[in-house]
Design a protein around this ligand. Structure first.
Ligand code: NAD
Length: 371
């Protein structure tokens, strides 16, 4: 089996998730080329070396530009804070590499536009890993087959509590220049990814972004939070459906509550990432018999579940979704399927997010055409 050289930039939460996924992908999926973990880069070179040894990379280095220039590296994974995505992606694209970049794409809409423009020459994929869940694939199939009838409503909530405690320290996530928007880009981007994947194009938005905890502790005292902690927005879809989203990084009790409900004229489906192996379904007319929703438990008949396990109900986890994302990328590079969501789709998500921010600032509905 031939190999394909991979370089990962970043050794934090996502750097490790990418590394584990590349290490597992060839065992799980039928790939033409086996990922070769060539180079791991981190600003902290000692950490890069240590993690490279632990995770199976040939070498760990401190300079991400050297990773991109390395002839062994064909796929560049970007798992660094948001403000670095654009510079790293543009450098990798200029070198003719495939780019697999974490979301959100960039810290501003102009940056996302530049990335999408330059990505026309090379394959790209964004880290919208929750789209890979077996329940989301099933939801997409049910909608496409007309099982829900005409879609009339989308309701999405993404709540976490990682910044609910006012004592949670100030970090790059609170700084506009380093993160871009706050909860909107970090969490809301996933919800918007679900909205366009499952329901379709968004035409107009209204909404409000707000900061709940104005300052957070630093080693020197405290610093201002420069972006949003929560978002409440209304979406109008091109197909006539209406939507509402509610995003928070300060919602006590929630860890990864990425929940969507889609209502059509023939039924409703409901999903919560905290129970990612389940899809709740109510078929019109059956509620009287079932008492409402029934729960479909993911099994091998719901891709990509079967690639991991032959037995239903044994459950996939977050890391498996990342492995499925890498499998999707590598199969796409080999000509099996269209790589989604690429930078062009990512730009659509960024435009919706930018429109929500503008709607909030100007207190009005904003058409997507304006952004
Ligand atoms: N798809 C998802 O589910 C998901 C989940 C969490 C985070 N993310 C995204 O992943 C990205 C990284 O987030 P994280 O939680 O892993 O952050 P993190 O803080 O845990 O890790 C960031 C890493 O980048 C490294 N880094 C910083 N500057 C660098 C530089 N100049 N050169 C090389 N390395 C550098 C840091 O040393 C650190 O190892 C963000 O864009 C975030 O939005 C996505």
């Amino acid at each position: 089996m031939q190999s394909i050289g991979v370089g990962v930039i970043g050794t934090g939460f996502m750097g490790k998730a990418h590394a584990l996924a590349f290490a597992a992908a060839a065992s799980v999926f039928d790939l033409d080329r086996r990922p070769h973990l060539a180079v791991l880069a981190d600003a902290d070179e000692a950490r890069a070396r240590r993690c490279a040894g632990q995770w199976g990379f040939s070498r760990g280095i401190g300079d991400w530009r050297a990773l991109i220039a390395d002839r062994e590296v064909e796929v560049v994974s970007i798992a660094t804070p948001n403000h670095l995505h654009e510079e790293m992606a543009l450098a990798a694209l200029a070198a003719g590499k495939t780019v697999y970049c974490e979301k959100p794409m960039a810290t501003c809409i102009e940056g996302a536009r530049r990335m999408a423009e330059r990505a026309r020459s090379c394959p790209t994929l964004l880290g919208y890993n929750y789209l890979r869940g077996p329940a989301i694939g099933l939801a997409k199939d049910m909608i496409a087959a007309g099982e829900l009838g005409e879609i009339v409503a989308f309701k999405g909530r993404f709540a976490e509590d990682y910044m609910a405690d006012p004592a949670a320290p100030h970090s790059w996530r609170c700084v506009r220049a380093l993160a871009g928007s706050g909860a909107l880009g970090d969490l809301g981007s996933h919800l918007l990814g679900f909205a366009i994947h499952l329901v379709g194009d968004v035409q107009a938005v209204a909404g409000e972004v707000s900061t709940v905890i104005a300052t957070r502790p630093t080693t020197a005292g405290s610093a201002a939070v420069e972006n949003d902690d929560q978002v409440h927005a209304v979406l109008r879809f091109a197909n006539g459906a209406r939507g509402v989203i509610d995003v928070s990084r300060v919602a006590w009790g929630y860890k990864n509550h990425l929940a969507v409900e889609i209502t059509g004229t023939k039924g409703t489906i409901a999903f919560d990432q905290e129970r990612l192996n389940e899809l709740r379904y109510c078929k019109a007319g059956q509620a009287a018999r079932t008492g409402g929703f029934s729960t479909i438990l993911a099994g091998p008949q719901h891709p990509p579940y079967g690639a991991f396990s032959p037995a239903a109900g044994h459950q996939l986890g977050y890391g498996d979704l990342k492995t499925a994302e890498v499998g999707h990328l590598l199969r796409g590079l080999a000509g099996h399927g269209v790589i989604y969501p690429d930078f062009a789709i990512g730009l659509v998500i960024e435009r919706i997010a930018a429109a929500i921010e503008r709607a909030s600032a100007e207190r009005r509905w904003v058409d997507l055409d304006e952004v």
